[in-house]
Design a protein around this ligand. Sequence first.
Ligand code: SAH
Ligand code: SF4
Length: 425
Amino acid sequence: MTMSIPDPYALGRGGLAALLDDQPRYRAEQVHRWLVRGVDDPTEMTDLPRSLRARLMELLPPPPVLLRHTSADGGLTRKVLLGFPASHGLDPLRSGLEIAPRSLQAGVESRADAVEIESVLMCYPARQDRAGRATVCVSTQAGCAMGCPFCATGQAGLRGQLSVGQVVRQVTVMQRLLSQGAVDVPGVPDHVTNVVFMGMGEPLANLDVTIAAVRWLHDPDGFDLSARSITVSTVGLVPGIRRLGELGLPITLAVSLHAPDDELRDDLVPVNRQHPLAELLAAARQYSDRSGRRLTFEYVLIDGINAGVDQARRLASRLRGFGAHVNLIPMNATPAVPWRAPPVPVQLAFLAALTDAGVTATIRHNRGGAIDAACGQLYADYAMASGRTLPAAVGAAERLSTQGSTRLVMAPTQGSAGPAMAPPS
Ligand code: SAH
Ligand code: SF4
C-alpha cells in the first residue's frame, strides 16, 4: 500500500484550514493563494515562516518531475512527460466508472505506484487579427476505458484515474515553461490562455476530478481563466454532459461524433451502444441551450471508413439547426490499426458537403504529429510497450472487416506482456 499524502489541490480551502489548524487562520489562505497561482512547492511560498515551509515540505506530496520535454512545429508545440512520485499514486478506479458503462470496463488496469502523464502545449503567436494563445491539452485519465479503435489511448486500455492535483499540475508546469520563456517566439503569451480537456482519457468518466479542476482553473483569485477558454471534449457520456450542464458555467463542450449513424458509430465509438446518437444529440442541445455556448462536434476523418460525401450529407442532416461548429480531424496514425487520414481532396469534399448543407465546419490543422503529440496519439509509447489492445477495439476491427472493409486489420496483440509505462529518457 502506498502511504497517502494529502494533495493540496484536492483539499480545497476547508481541507487546508484543517491541515494547518494549529496555525493562525490566514496561513491556510496564504497557502491557497499560492496554489491558485500555480505554486505548489512550499520552498517558494515566501510569505510563510521558514518553519511552516519545512513542515509543509513533509506534509505535501513532492512536485512532479519533468521526465521528457519534446518540441515540434518550430517550437510552438511542446509535449511533456510528467512523472508523479509514488506518493501521488493513481486514484483507484472510482467516480468515473460509476457512469462509464460496465461493458466498457474490461481490460482496466490499476497500479498504485509512480504515474507518468503526457500533456501538450500548443502556442499560437499573436497576429494582426488575433491575440496570441497558449493552449494546454490536459489528460484526465491514465489511458482510457472507452476503446475507440482509432485512438492510441483507447488501444492502451485504462490504468486509472488522475487526481485533481495531477490535472491542475499539467497546467502549472506549462505555465512555468511559458513564464520562464521556454517558447522563445515573438507574440506567444507568457502564460496559459486556454485549457482543453482533450489529452489522455475521457474527462466525463472522471467527472468529479474534471469539475474540480475546472473550478481551480476558473478561480478568479488564481488562474482566472474564463469558462469560455476552457473546453471539455467528451466521447458522449450523457449523464456527465447533464451534470456539466448543471454547473451553469459556459464551458465549451466538444462532442466526438465520428459517424453519421448508430450502425457505424457503434463500432467507432463503442459507448454509442449505451448512449446512441439521438440521446447524445438531445443532451448536447440541452447543454447548449442552458450554457448559451455554441457546441463543437469533432469528427475524425478515416479513409474508407467514415469520410465519404454521402456520410457528410447524412451528418449534415442530423446537425442542421444546431448552430454548432464541426471540427474535422484528419486521423493521426496510431499503433494498433492501419487506418489513415483520407487524401486532401477527399477531406475537402467532405468539408464542402457539410458547408453546402449549411453546417459550419473547418479542418483542424494538426499539431505535434512529429512527436506523437497530435489528437489521439498520446500514450502511444504505452500502447506499443504493452502490446495489448482492448477487447472492444478488437471486436470493432473484426466487425468492420467482415462488413467488407479491407482497410481495418488490427495489429496482432503480442501475448500478455501487461501494462508498461513509457520509459523515461
Ligand atoms: N475522450 C475524449 C477527449 C480526448 S480525445 C473524446 O474522445 O472526446 C480528443 C479528441 O481526439 C477526440 O475528438 C478524439 O476522437 C480525437 N482522436 C482520437 N484519436 C484520434 C486519432 N487517431 N486521430 C485524430 N483524432 C483522434
Ligand atoms: Fe478515450 Fe477519447 Fe480515445 Fe475514445 S477517443 S478511446 S474516449 S480518449
